[in-house]
Design a protein around this ligand. Structure first.
Ligand code: IPE
Ligand code: IPE
Ligand code: MG
Length: 237
């Protein structure tokens, strides 16, 4: 039987700190290596024909970390986004359409502007949608959607009784994209940590002890193979 590719894969890029600790390095080195692995896995997913992929890079809870670590992570975003700007044509050639999901208000202005440029420059690319979740929280995403709908009610555009699940789906950050079929979490943790709460209602999960900086395309292949053995019933029989 032919292998089915998940249309949308979500990845929680976890374990950078432990990877660094194992090697006597500081946490910042782990994030740096994690960013390199992100680039490789993103390219690989595009090559094999995944249509949509979401990487969890920084949660709304990650601000609780020491300021030096947060600053180091922000610096990596600047580096990556600056590169994306330089390699604009390369990314468009590859067909990567970039989206940033999460609340932008609390992010440094220069990073927000780099995000906007990357989105604008890649908007016509059609091979793969790449979502990067930065200052993302699944609960906050639902709150933001509810606020938008409440405003529409206030303006008399919709009746509260008429609100449907589709209205929520259409007002969250991933509006227009399919829900993730497969969510991957390495690093030996078995939780979502506020990732894609609304969208993961019927996702398949794949957990592994591998730390994100050690994650390879073979691991992605293993996750996809396992996904092919799942029986998705969506509540039916
Ligand atoms: C994931 O790795 C990166 C971010 C959350 C930004 P961690 O930094 O959480 O690594 P561990 O979990 O401490 O090993
Ligand atoms: C989840 O990892 C967030 C990202 C990978 C960006 P965390 O390391 O923040 O999650 P917890 O704290 O272990 O749940
Ligand atoms: Mg972690």
């Amino acid at each position: 039987m032919e292998r089915k590719l998940p249309k949308h894969i979500g990845i929680i890029m976890d374990g950078n700190g432990r990877w660094a600790k194992q090697r006597g390095l500081n946490r910042w080195d782990g994030h740096k290596e994690g960013a390199n692995v992100f680039r490789k896995i993103c390219d690989y997913a595009c090559e094999i024909g995944i249509e949509s992929i979401t990487f969890y890079a920084f949660s709304t809870e990650n601000w609780r970390r020491p300021p030096e670590e947060v600053a180091a992570i922000m610096e990596l975003f600047r580096e990556y986004l600056g590169e994306a700007e330089d390699r604009e044509n390369e990314n468009i050639q590859k067909g990567m359409c970039m989206h940033f999901i999460g609340r932008r208000d609390d992010m440094p202005d220069d990073i927000v502007s780099l995000m906007e440029t990357a989105e604008e420059n890649s908007k016509d690319a059609t091979k793969i949608d790449v979502n990067i979740a930065i200052n993302y929280g699944g609960r906050l995403e639902i709150v933001d959607a509810v606020k938008k709908l409440a405003q529409k009610v206030k303006n008399g555009e919709i009746n509260p009784e008429d609100i449907t699940e589709d209205d929520i789906s259409d007002n969250i950050y991933t509006a227009g994209q399919p829900d993730p079929d497969l969510i991957i979490r390495p690093s030996g943790e078995y939780r979502l940590s506020n990732f894609l709460l609304w969208q993961s209602a019927y996702s398949e999960f794949w957990f592994s002890d591998i730390l994100w900086p050690d994650f390879t395309s073979d691991d992605l292949e293993k996750a996809i193979d396992d996904y092919n053995n799942r029986n998705r019933r969506f509540g039916g029989v």
